[in-house]
Design a protein around this ligand. Structure first.
Ligand code: PEP
Ligand code: MG
Length: 765
């Protein structure tokens, strides 16, 4: 049975379209179970009805004609009850509805099972037969197993946008979920990749004249080289240096003479230029695709992005002149840097990618450009939405399609209000971050790119509370050496003048992978990451520490922070290595003051060692992102459990309160640098808990300063006490939202965060 199941799942996975996949399933199941009929009904996302999509056994003309509302007919009943329904004589059942066009009256034995995908019934799988012997337990087990195995594959096939989706109605205003890649609201016209750039659609064809084909190919390569050069120049003013380096990755591919020679060789053997290109790129991208590391897999996307541009030029006769709307939303499986660079300045309003996460290159770039972006919106059928108006809600990670006038004007209002809010909060820039009863809570910026430093300064940050050194490491092709790191750190410390900068030592592993240092683990979040990696690689750690210490010479604003610490001996070992780095510099005649050293409290176990850790460190920094992940046992990067990830969960609040309490007992300062600090609701609670400072993405600083200045410490304390007495994150959220509303900060609780009237989640209906 396992073999049959594997074969079915495999075939569905490889089917070209949903209909093909469903036909395969019904045929296979009918044959394997030796029944008279196997049918699949799928839920119409527009109306919620269950529609007969494929059958082997019923009359083919009934496909798409039979529709059952939830709760009606036997199929509707299975869907509603979400459990198998087994009937020896189906026609006797009160819910039975007769559809003469199907010819099903011949079949009395009925077995239907729901096809569930993450709690949501997406369809019903039915088998029927003539004999009145009925089905047995084994049949139910088999069908349930098949339905569960197929749910993911059917979901994939149903949503990975292709033409068949055109038959599915979009309701008034649908929205699709993804990850919030870059904050903001973007409204504009959707621009999808040109169909002429669809590599997969290139047929296997021979060329007429190899010389003509080769000339056309070389001309196309030249044109792309030129475009990349121009684009790079255009981006030079927009992007920080390390992000601009990424642009060179594309140029690297195109200057790869091995690749060009390979394609030309195929052309000379008689292939059409486009076919030769597709075949060579397929071969190379397959190699990258097989790599377990997501950042290496990203290279496959890069190489395909370059190839698509060449393809466009090969098809230049038939090419659509690409005209950019005034407000343009770029969408695609992925959106390349080159595509961003092509958009005329001032017209890019948003980005939606079906692949990727908040850690993807494009999310970083979108954040540094200040363009709202959504990543990993897997279900977003962008191909059929070309030219339509969409709203990108980069705060909540949602994209709204063809918004109704009400929804549109609501988001326009939000965008306007945001703009006004940003302008009005600008006047807080130089005011202290102080409560009405005189408690000061300085606000720092989190940074990873050079542009974050400028943004932080523009927003009145008191310094850099968390500089994630892994970012510059991620954007390179190999580990940066001491000199390269020195230059990066020095420029950051200098850019902040005398303001303090907390540099975290390399925190790689789990979701933060380096392309040149793949770490493949089953359970990566609990594996080799952060300080565990750098302690195992003193050569990497010492190089980084030396570069930081050298960068600090004559400036003195460096603080060093150790990530992912779960044991006291890790701090002891890290401190010893820091001592070694200082000594080695001293031996070279480079004498500097040892900077203050801190430890991140982001693993629950660390909270219970804080008293001892305090003997080795000067400050604590609470990483609420990982603390929430580890306390709730919810992988922060897993979209299937993301609704369980909540920093307002009562257990998380108690835990953070305890950690801050521990820090206070040691007399060492404690700051909070996770996302919770940037959440106005979370910030009130952190204030009440007595956090000494908060660190957040630079654009959030004015918002949080407004919060701090609008509350008194005692009010925040009282709210915290109330919240800690609650058992449910929802109740805590509404308590705090009301408090913010009452304090006149309603503008910070975005209306768009709620589901807007008339809008439906594409996944949950
Ligand atoms: C955290 O875990 O809260 C944190 C700030 O670190 P990062 O998000 O980089 O893991
Ligand atoms: Mg962390």
């Amino acid at each position: 049975m396992l073999d049959t199941l594997r074969q079915i799942a495999d075939e569905v996975g490889h089917a070209n379209d949903l209909q093909g996949a469903l036909n395969l399933v019904t045929g296979w199941v009918k044959q394997t179970m030796q029944v008279g009929v196997c049918s699949v009904y799928l839920r119409d996302p527009g109306q919620g009805d269950f529609v007969l999509m494929a059958t082997d056994g019923l009359r083919p003309e009934s496909v798409l004609k039979v529709r059952l509302a939830p709760g009606t007919g036997l199929v509707g009943l299975v869907a509603e009850r979400q459990e198998p329904l087994l009937l020896r004589n189906a026609t006797d059942h009160p819910a039975y509805r007769h559809f003469p066009e199907t010819g099903e009256e011949l079949y009395t034995g009925f077995l239907g099972v729901p096809i569930n995908y993450f709690r949501k019934v997406q369809g019903v799988l039915v088998v029927q037969h003539r004999q009145d012997t009925g089905f047995g337990d084994n049949d139910i087990a088999f069908l349930v197993t098949i339905a569960s195995q197929l749910a993911g594959a059917i979901h994939e096939a149903a949503t990975l946008g292709d033409d068949r989706q055109a038959s599915r109605p979009l309701s008034d205003t649908l929205y699709f979920r993804g990850a919030a890649g870059a904050p903001g609201v973007g409204i504009g016209t959707l621009l999808t990749p040109s169909p002429y750039a669809d590599l997969d659609a290139v047929p296997d064809r021979d060329g007429r004249d190899p010389e003509v084909e080769e000339a056309a190919f070389r001309k196309a390569v030249l044109a792309v080289e030129e475009e990349l050069g121009k684009g790079s120049k255009r981006m030079a003013d927009l992007l920080p240096e390390e992000v601009r380096d990424l642009f060179d990755v594309y140029a690297l591919f195109i200057s790869d003479s091995g690749l060009i020679d390979d394609i030309v060789a195929r052309i000379r053997k008689g292939k059409w230029a486009a076919t030769a290109l597709r075949a060579a790129i397929d071969e190379r991208s397959a190699v990258f695709n097989r790599m377990p590391d997501p950042y290496l897999r990203q290279r496959s996307e890069d190489i395909r992005a370059v190839a698509r541009r060449i393809l466009l030029h090969l098809h230049s006769d038939s090419r659509d002149p690409c005209s950019y709307p005034q407000r343009c939303i770029l969408a695609g499986d992925e959106v390349s840097l080159a595509r961003i660079a092509d958009v005329p300045p001032g017209r890019l309003a948003g980005i939606v990618c079906r692949h990727g996460s908040t850690m993807s290159h494009i999310a970083l770039i979108a954040r540094s450009l200040g363009i709202p972006a959504i990543m990993g919106a897997q279900d977003f059928p962008f191909r059929r939405l070309q030219g339509s108006t969409v709203v990108v809600d980069g705060y909540e990670g949602r994209v709204f399609t063809d918004p109704s006038p009400v929804v549109l004007s609501e988001f326009q209002r939000l965008a306007r209000e945001e703009q006004q809010l940003v302008s009005s909060l600008a006047e807080l820039r130089d005011l202290p971050s102080e409560t009405s009863d005189g408690t000061t809570v300085p606000l720092y910026a989190n940074a990873g790119l050079a542009s974050d430093i400028t943004l932080g300064r523009n927003n009145g940050a008191a310094g850099i509370g968390l500089y994630r050194t892994e970012f510059p490491f991620m954007l390179r092709e190999s580990f940066p050496g001491e000199e390269a790191q020195y230059r990066i750190y020095r420029s950051i410390l200098e850019a902040c003048d005398s303001l303090p900068v907390t540099m975290r030592t390399l925190d790689i592993g789990a979701d933060k992978a380096l392309p040149y240092f793949p770490i493949k683990e089953e359970n990566a979040a609990l594996g080799w990451r952060g300080i565990r990696v750098t302690l195992d690689h003193p050569e990497i750690f010492l190089t980084q520490l030396r570069a930081m210490l050298r960068a600090n010479l004559g400036l003195g604003n460096l603080h060093i922070l150790f990530p992912m610490v779960s044991r006291l001996d890790e701090i002891e070992a890290a401190s010893a290595l820091l001592g070694q780095a200082c000594d080695s510099l001293k031996n070279e005649g480079i004498r500097g003051k040892k900077p203050p050293v801190g430890v991140m409290i982001e693993v629950p176990a660390a909270i219970y060692s804080m008293q001892h850790m305090a003997e080795h460190v000067d400050f604590f920094s609470l990483g609420t992102n990982d603390l929430t992940q580890y306390l709730l046992a919810v992988d922060r990067g897993n979209e299937h459990v993301s609704q369980l990830y909540d920093h307002l969960h009562p257990a998380v609040l108690h835990c953070i309160r305890d950690a801050i309490g521990q820090a206070r007992r040691t007399g060492k300062p404690v700051s909070v640098c996770g996302e919770m600090a940037a959440d106005p609701l979370g910030a009130v609670l952190l204030l009440g808990m007595g956090a000494d400072s908060l660190s957040m993405a630079a654009p959030a600083i004015p918002h949080i300063k407004w919060v701090i200045r609008s509350f008194s410490f005692s009010q925040a304390r009282a709210l915290l006490d109330q919240a800690l007495g609650m058992t449910d994150a929802g109740a805590i959220r509404s308590l705090l939202s009301t408090a913010l509303e009452n304090a006149g900060l309603g503008g910070l609780i975005r209306a768009g965060a709620d589901i807007l009237p008339g809008c439906r989640d594409q996944q949950t209906g």
